[in-house]
Write a protein that binds this ligand. Structure first.
Ligand SMILES: [Zn+2]
Ligand SMILES: [Zn+2]
Length: 264
């Protein structure tokens, strides 16, 4: 039996060039230096399957939060030949607005989430404004709607999404954040989402300031490193360097291949 190999795409759909370093680390002394942040969804393709990780946010949320979209996540997927309305498998890393804001773009999908994340976004943690801030009530209602529609699939810890493709509970940044591990031609790649926003967070052991549990955030770095075949196999959730470090997909804008080795 051969190990399955998948292609992986990072698709940028929004960016914020105004962000400062102080906003990206709990402790930093370079407060006002610019440090832009990018927003991605990811697609995994192979073995006759398509899996989408996260759904991005919608125009209404973009306007409300002053985070302009450069394109719709569906348009980004279409550029690589994936019709969002035909996708059957969507993994939700966690319920923050920039990851779970477009259930409606995927009418045929089943959504994979951790038990702990659903409990987190509907439980007592949301009584606190500081923890509620990265959530959108309407997205949480959508998620709940899909629990009742039967299209939500729950995982508790490790889970299998497709042959060789697995999810792993990390938590830390949110109550039940999960990462996705994918076998590729260059080894095991981990789509870390917000387990590390930037490579600098994990490499410097310097967390992003949005946190549910700092200890689990720190332990999460070890989990992610153990799952990946090397430092270049860990893909941060929001790092503009991702677009520079991996080969662009010809004929696309803001989309790169993560299953190919990094450029230089
Ligand atoms: Zn997040
Ligand atoms: Zn995020």
């Amino acid at each position: 039996m051969t190990t399955p190999h998948y292609e992986i795409f990072a698709l940028r759909y929004a960016t914020n060039g105004e962000r400062k370093r102080r906003e990206n680390f709990i402790f930093t002394d370079a407060h006002e230096t610019p440090m832009p942040i990018d927003y991605y969804v990811w697609a995994i393709r192979g073995e006759g399957r398509v899996i989408v990780l996260d759904t991005g946010f919608d125009p209404a949320t973009a306007a409300r939060r002053a985070r302009p979209l450069t394109r719709s996540p569906a348009a980004a997927l279409a550029e690589i030949g994936i019709a969002a309305d035909q996708v059957e498998t969507v993994v939700l890393s966690h319920m923050h607005y920039d990851h779970a804001g477009n259930f409606g773009l995927f009418p045929k999908a089943r959504f994979h989430i951790q038990d702990a994340e659903m409990a987190y976004c509907t439980g007592r943690c949301m009584c606190h404004q500081v923890l509620r801030m990265p959530m959108e009530f309407d997205h949480v209602v959508d998620a709940l709607r899909h629990v009742y529609s039967g299209r939500m699939e729950f995982h508790d810890g490790n889970g299998t999404i497709a042959p060789g493709v697995s999810v792993h509970l990390v938590g830390g940044h949110s109550g039940g954040l999960q990462v996705v591990r994918v076998p590729t031609q260059r080894g095991m790649v981990v789509l870390a989402a917000d387990a590390t926003h930037f490579w600098e967070n994990i490499r410097g052991r310097s967390p992003f300031p949005i946190l549910a549990d700092l200890t689990r955030m720190m332990e999460g770095y070890r989990i992610v490193e153990a799952l990946a075949d090397g430092p270049d196999h860990i893909i941060p959730g929001h790092d503009p360097l991702v677009l520079r470090r991996f080969p662009a997909v010809p004929g696309t804008t803001d989309t790169v291949r993560l299953d190919l080795p990094p450029i230089a």
